[in-house]
Design a protein around this ligand. Structure first.
Ligand code: BEZ
Length: 179
């Protein structure tokens, strides 16, 4: 993936809009890959599912907590993508009290498939989901790539380490020292 442009996809998000009225004032909003990635240096990380234990206990909250360290190293946004629809991703973000990490709903799996990271998780009743990976994406181009080992369908383990925020911060710091 190094040096490649992230796929051009339109994500179907749900945003709050008081003008909708009623007790659940949300509407659809299309957001493109360009909207998320153009002209910015960002961290993107992807995981197998909203509300799953490792993702909810470590990966997402740790990215949230380490936000200021990423910003100090020139990262302008932190994005978390998962093959889950916008309703699920919004509910997960609310339950996590997110302020820094932005959640990207890839409900159809189109972005994940075009990244080459879509795997079957039928062994868990999940269907098609994302392999765990992360990337530094600079103006839409992958600058650094962090993929967990053992990419495979129906994997009976859930490797997590390479794509952790701690590992990515260490890589960003050593790159800065080397520059
Ligand atoms: C976890 O984050 O712990 C997890 C992810 C996918 C399947 C099962 C668990």
């Amino acid at each position: 993936m190094l040096g490649r442009k992230v796929p051009a996809v339109t994500f179907r998000t749900r945003v709050r809009d008081e003008s909708v009225g009623g007790s659940n004032p949300f509407r659809w909003q299309d957001v493109t890959s360009d909207d998320y990635f153009a002209g910015k240096r960002v961290v993107l990380f992807s995981l197998p599912g909203a509300f799953t234990p490792t993702c909810s206990t470590y990966q997402l909250p740790d990215f949230e907590k380490l936000n200021s360290e990423f910003r100090a190293l020139g990262i302008e946004e932190i994005y978390c993508v998962s093959v889950n629809d916008a309703f699920v991703m919004n509910a997960w973000g609310k339950s996590q009290g997110l302020e820094n990490v932005k959640l990207i709903p890839d409900g159809s799996g189109e972005f994940t498939r075009k990244m080459g990271m879509l795997v079957a998780k039928d062994n868990l009743g999940f269907g098609m989901r994302s392999w765990r990976y992360a990337a530094i994406v600079n103006n839409g181009v992958v600058e650094q790539w962090f993929e967990e080992e053992g990419y495979s369908d129906n994997c009976d383990s859930d490797p997590y380490g390479v794509s952790s925020p701690q590992n990515i911060l260490a890589a960003l710091k050593s790159r800065k020292l080397a520059a």
